[in-house]
Design a protein around this ligand. Structure first.
Ligand SMILES: [Zn+2]
Length: 201
């Protein structure tokens, strides 16, 4: 293979993306280069804009554009909060249209190495619950060991509050990640969510 530093550097970066190894990275890069004007150029521009404008909201943990967080601003008064592990899970639940409340995005689970509990923004969550007289918290973490450990941690953090806490129904396959569920399964797990008894555990 020809050795071009720029291409080698890009292959290294693209290979880090989920589901892509060096071989598919090379294929993608060749496609970009052979479509300089209609893919490569607009992509370079959009990536620059994303880098500049898109970041994590310090209040809800979702993504915001510049200073505008749609998740925080869309809901005038927050009555229900759905807690998810990551933005992909938020998008999955949004696409089922079963929930139109506010999302709180943890940014990981307790055991995932790159995230500490600080990333969960619990203080901001508690503040939101107090300020809005929230009626229900729905914990929608995955049915994995990490997801369930995180759910118990969240539940424990809310134990002194008079707010109903529920979690998704058992329709979730064990080990199932929210992001990978089909819309029907996710919809029924959400619809049949069960209350968590705060006295137990
Ligand atoms: Zn926000």
């Amino acid at each position: 293979m020809q050795h071009l530093d720029e291409i080698e550097n890009l292959i290294k970066i693209v290979s880090k993306l989920p589901g892509l190894g060096p071989k598919s990275a090379k294929r993608i890069i060749l496609k970009l280069i052979s479509n300089r004007e209609n893919i490569l150029k607009p992509m370079a521009k959009v990536l620059g804009e994303i880098y500049k404008n898109i970041s994590r909201c310090n209040e809800c943990g979702s993504l915001k554009s510049a200073d505008n967080c749609r998740n925080c601003n869309n809901v005038k008064q927050i009555k229900k909060i759905c807690i998810v592990e990551n933005v992909a899970d938020q998008w999955s639940i949004e696409s089922t249209n079963i929930f139109d409340g506010h999302f709180h995005v943890l940014g990981g689970t307790i055991n995932s190495s790159s995230n500490s509990k600080d990333s969960f923004l619990i203080k901001s969550l508690l503040k939101k619950i107090h300020k809005n007289q929230v009626e229900e918290i729905i914990i929608a973490t995955s049915a994995t060991v990490e997801g369930q450990t995180t759910a118990y941690y969240i539940k424990d953090s809310l134990k002194n509050l008079k707010v109903k806490v529920s979690k998704l129904a058992q329709g979730l396959p064990v080990g199932g990640e929210i992001e990978s569920l089909d819309d029907g399964t996710l919809y029924s797990a959400f619809k049949n969510r069960v209350g968590l008894d705060k006295e137990s555990d």
